[in-house]
Ligand binder design. Structure first.
Ligand code: NAP
Length: 244
């Protein structure tokens, strides 16, 4: 059996200051990768740095020009990017009738445009390297939809379609792209939900427990490793069986 060893690999993880992104960054780092974390939260990044011992960047991933500036700085120092994890994401839930243009635009921009920004910025490098893997953190909501989350569902459904297109476009260059669709994972994002909503979700989870950021990080580790070198264009659900 192959052992997971990411030694010599450079990884870039967005939304790395807390929640799922933080565990992804820590897990890749624990397995030997140089992990560069990106987020808006300065304090969270400072804390991450004490563990990963690598640079972190305060960056709004929805800002096309800022992402391109970051890419230049990143490549000047690290020269390559082997693992790109697009994890940063937000919610601005509202019923469609009440949803504002700003709530729609903001969610699409942070959850979907950000992936375009990051992948397009690093596309030349990935293609030149003839290797690398992209992992996009989508959501089961992007597959099944959800009342009150039309913006979020559209962004995550779009992210899945984007992932498959990137997988097809980059496959001949040895670069893979996959998405993970988490269900209900215990983080700050879900802590905000009222108890009755949590109970409602639980009814649809056959494993009868919520997931943890580590559950998602384990799949990113697998996808980043040689174990998954023949896997591309896939969506892996991490949801306790919520949808099957
Ligand atoms: P979280 O706890 O809210 O963490 C998200 C991180 O992303 C925060 O540190 C946040 O920083 C950062 N971020 C937000 N906007 C950003 C931007 N424009 N540029 C850079 N960083 C930004 O969320 P999470 O629960 O870990 O979720 C991580 C990903 O998994 C998201 O894409 C989410 O949609 C997805 N997901 C989560 C669940 C779940 O149950 N938790 C389920 C399915 C999918 P600030 O707080 O400073 O803005």
């Amino acid at each position: 059996m192959m052992k997971i060893d990411l030694f010599g690999k450079t990884a870039c993880v967005t939304g790395a200051a807390r929640g799922i992104g933080r565990d992804i960054a820590m897990t890749l780092s624990e397995n030997g990768a140089k992990v560069i974390g990106i987020d808006l939260d300065k304090e969270g990044l400072e804390e991450l740095k004490t563990v990963t011992k690598e640079e972190t960047f305060i960056l709004d991933v929805s800002d096309f020009n800022a992402v391109n500036g970051f890419k230049d700085e990143f490549l000047a120092k690290y020269e390559k990017c082997d693992i790109l994890v697009n994890n940063a994401g937000i919610t601005r839930d509202n019923l469609l009738m009440r949803m504002t243009e700003n709530e729609w635009d903001k969610v699409l921009s942070v959850n979907l445009k950000s992936a375009f920004n990051m992948v397009s910025a690093f596309s030349r490098t990935l293609i030149k390297q003839k290797s690398g893997t992209i992992v996009n953190i989508a959501s089961v909501i992007g597959i099944m939809g959800n009342a009150g989350q039309a913006n979020y569902a559209a962004s995550k459904g779009g992210l899945i379609a984007f992932t498959k297109s990137v997988a097809k476009e980059f496959a001949s260059r040895g670069v893979t792209a996959n998405a993970i669709a988490p269900g209900f994972i215990e983080t700050k994002m879900t802590q905000a939900l009222p108890e009755n909503v949590r109970e409602e979700y639980m009814k649809f989870i056959p494993l009868k427990k919520f997931g943890t950021p580590k559950d998602v990080a384990g799949i990113v580790l697998f996808l980043s490793s040689d174990l998954a070198k023949y896997v591309t264009g896939q969506v892996i659900n991490c949801d306790g069986g919520m949808i099957m």
